[in-house]
Design a protein around this ligand. Sequence first.
Ligand SMILES: Nc1ncnc2c1ncn2[C@@H]1O[C@H](COP(=O)(O)OP(=O)(O)OP(=O)(O)O)[C@@H](O)[C@H]1O
Length: 141
Amino acid sequence: MSESLKRNYCVGEELGRGRFGTVFKCYSPATGESFAVKSIDKRLIADDAIDRQCLYNEAKIMHLLSPNPYVVRVFDIYEDDTHLDMVLELCNSGDLFQRLSSQPVFSESEAVDVMVLFQITKISLVADRNGEILLLLRKMA
Ligand SMILES: Nc1ncnc2c1ncn2[C@@H]1O[C@H](COP(=O)(O)OP(=O)(O)OP(=O)(O)O)[C@@H](O)[C@H]1O
């Protein structure tokens, strides 16, 4: 994790791992706000040009799409020789599967939100397979 990130945020527990990095909970001592930070060790993808490109595309696209109600917001990006760290909106309400499992009946407007999420997921999966765009979906509040 980059030293400049650690100067501005206190990093806490691990939230999960993906193909490119590890996600931790963090907070800003200046504002008291909590975030997620996705930290990528660039040395692990140094030999793969496509992975490197995907990594920078993800950071760039998420930044371009922020703020958008269906996309996790990016607040800060830090980079040093070894790490790329993205400070993201913290989604701590569980994922869509957990939400669907725990609530058997949805109101009309909630059902619309779920359908919109499914449509965006389909679009992002197709687009991601073609290596053109990657969306990180915001988990439902
Ligand atoms: N903003 C966030 N708030 C809370 N948890 C998150 C957040 N972003 C990621 N996570 C957690 O960390 C895990 C890994 O996320 P990450 O974005 O690194 O990978 P992924 O999207 O699951 O897969 P891939 O690496 O293929 O993109 C997620 O599955 C989720 O549990």
